[in-house]
Design a protein around this ligand. Structure first.
Ligand SMILES: C[S@@+](CC[C@H](N)C(=O)[O-])C[C@H]1O[C@@H](n2cnc3c(N)ncnc32)[C@H](O)[C@@H]1O
Length: 311
């Protein structure tokens, strides 16, 4: 909810935990700046074709893609206990977006570090962690590209959700990511990857109703995430994204294409093999284990692949 309070060019918004977080308007809250609203011009750093416009507005992403983070973390914890060779303390989240997991992981006793390509997401997540009273020893967030990002101080576990990995499209980018992750995890470390594979019957992937609405006291959003077509040869899902924003009476839209990797299970396994990971378990959205003899296709929905760093 946006409050009317505006002090020193800072607007106050509320995060899902109802804590106030301040967001510098030129980056994150274009509704507070008419020029930005009308022209959709934003910080030049963000006016970069490599960044999706939607992710320049973390406040709206946070509301539009809210999920039951605590259930997911409880599931991750069980996986860490079951599959990790060591007690998990340090957890990494590539492509962390607005930091919805980072904010909660310390409650479960983990140190959490997230990174994201988009500086607006990083700034928003940082502010959110600060407002939650978390110190950098409990949770932190930095800028980084998952294609290359690696860490000298290794992590016990990592996870990446909601098909964020799909933004790496080519074989080179994906292999580079898994190699960087293998270097960043301790031996026997766990990496949980949430993606959905290509459907056997690809027409099934088309959803009839892919528009949804978010209503808050002072703003409402209409969002459409429509898979438009598949490039089977290049392994790309082409998605048309459209968001209509009515924020405090100001109306604007974001319309853009998102290209994501079209995952095929056998290929996914190859990327892992060549970078030193093995699959130790696959789970569906109800956290139920998928039996080994079941074909892994998009018909099963988005899945959690539990990867273990070999040696
Ligand atoms: C669908 S959002 C997911 C955010 C978060 N993982 C979640 O579960 O809500 C995808 C995120 O991936 C980030 N992203 C895209 N390409 C990236 C890259 N190469 N490296 C790091 N982050 C990237 C975007 O900026 C965006 O925040």
């Amino acid at each position: 909810m946006i409050n009317d309070i505006e002090k020193n060019n800072i607007r106050y918004v509320q995060n899902p935990n109802d804590q106030q977080i301040n967001i510098t308007p030129q980056k994150n809250d274009f509704a507070s700046d008419k020029r930005i609203l009308e022209n959709l011009t934003i910080d030049p750093k963000l006016n970069d074709n490599s960044l999706h416009k939607f992710y320049n507005y973390p406040k709206y992403y946070d509301k539009a893609f809210t999920r039951d983070v605590k259930s997911d973390i409880s599931f991750f914890k069980k996986c860490f206990q079951q599959y990790s060779d060591k007690e998990v303390k340090r957890v990494l989240e590539p492509a962390c977006g607005p930091g919805m997991f980072l904010e909660i992981l310390p409650e479960y006793g983990y140190f959490a570090l997230g990174y994201d390509l988009n500086p607006a997401m990083v700034e928003y997540a940082k502010e959110k962690l600060k407002r939650s009273g978390l110190t950098a020893n409990q949770a932190d967030v930095i800028e980084g590209n998952m294609e290359f990002m690696k860490f000298d101080e290794k992590f016990d576990a990592a996870f990446i959700c909601i098909n964020s990995l799909g933004y790496l499209k080519s074989e080179e980018e994906i292999s580079s990511h898994f190699k960087a992750m293998a270097e960043s995890l301790k031996a026997g470390g766990i990496y949980i990857v949430e993606i959905s594979c290509k459907c056997d019957d690809i027409k099934n992937e088309k959803k009839i109703d892919d528009t949804w609405y978010v209503k808050e006291e002072n703003f409402d959003l209409e969002l459409t995430w429509a898979i438009n077509w598949y490039d089977l040869e290049q392994r790309i899902r082409h998605v048309d994204f459209h968001m209509i924003i009515n924020d405090n009476g100001y109306k604007t839209e974001v319309e853009e294409a998102h290209e994501l990797r079209l995952w095929i299970f056998d290929e996914f396994k190859q990327f892992l093999k060549s970078s030193g990971f093995e699959i130790v378990g696959i789970y569906n959205q109800n956290y139920e284990k998928i039996a080994e003899n079941i074909p892994i296709t998009g018909e099963l929905g988005a899945l959690f692949f539990i990867l273990k760093k070999i040696c």
